[in-house]
Design a protein around this ligand. Structure first.
Ligand SMILES: [Zn+2]
Ligand SMILES: [Zn+2]
Length: 267
């Protein structure tokens, strides 16, 4: 599995990207070809793998059918054979949802497969979908929102202790729709960072937040500053669901990282 050292890879690496095998718009082949054309040196595909531990999650709508995992890997292996050369490398990954109910059983199994990396993400607080729609949040009381955020961070804290993950995805995701006071959950985020540092995994600066209601990268600058103090490797990712976005806002991300105390990074 991929491992990162501080400060993290340069901007020619892009590892959090989706195809139509989960909720992206393009076929794997198109994403890979466009990534190579764009001059990306290391491109990773990380379609959603959500082994929901019960009914009522609704994840089948936006994640990969679990039985297709082997075909997903085979398709990417074929593309690797066709496309890899001295200046382009293709990595096979998954964005895996963390659930307390099945982590101990599922994650070692996934880590034993011939994949290059697993991104650890949390998209659910119980069956509540954190980032699905602003409508899910709008009718909640402050108390309900708080419970959801508490649960979210409780899960992420545990995910940050799993050695199977190469890095954590979009750390402060509940802020997405601009409906919670993100500052209030800063201590929660710090506990996640402490675990990330302890485990030795990385985290991402995810630029997709600039295109959501929160209008901010994940995670916030104060969290990135704390990550820099802990010398946590940061991987800049676009969480692209369209091959046109594979390096979207990477320059902006490098400026934010510099502000956070990370060294300058280039393409
Ligand atoms: Zn995600
Ligand atoms: Zn994603």
């Amino acid at each position: 599995m991929l491992q990162f050292s501080y400060p993290g890879p340069d901007l020619s690496v892009s590892l959090h990207n989706h195809s139509c095998w989960s909720d992206g718009s393009a076929e794997l082949e198109e994403v890979c070809r466009k990534g190579k054309e764009a001059g990306i040196r290391v491109l990773g595909l990380s379609d959603h793998y959500v082994a929901a531990p019960g009914k009522g999650y609704g994840s089948e709508v936006w994640s990969m059918e679990l039985s297709r995992l082997n075909d997903y890997r085979k398709t990417l292996l074929k593309l690797r054979e066709q496309l890899e050369d001295d200046s382009f490398s293709l990595k096979i990954g998954l964005e895996v949802d963390f659930f307390f109910e099945n982590a101990d059983c599922l994650l070692p199994k996934l880590a034993a497969l011939p994949l290059d990396y697993l991104i650890g993400s949390v998209h659910y607080a119980d069956t509540f979908p954190i980032d699905h729609s602003i409508l899910d949040w709008q009718n909640l009381t402050e108390e309900e929102k708080e419970k959801i955020c508490e649960k979210y961070y409780e899960k992420l804290e545990a995910a940050a202790l799993r050695k199977e993950f190469s890095f954590l995805g979009h750390l402060d995701l509940p802020k997405k729709f601009g409906l919670i006071d993100n500052v209030r959950y800063f201590p929660h985020a710090l506990r996640v960072l402490d675990n990330v540092a302890k485990t030795g995994m990385g985290m991402e600066l995810n630029t997709a937040g600039w295109h959501k209601e929160c209008n901010e990268q994940y995670p916030s600058l104060p969290i990135l500053r704390e990550a820099a103090k802990r010398r946590i490797p940061v991987i800049v990712n676009a969480d692209a669901h369209d091959p046109a976005h594979l390096q979207r806002d990477f320059l902006h991300a490098s400026e934010i990282l510099l502000e956070a105390g990370y060294p300058k990074r280039s393409f």
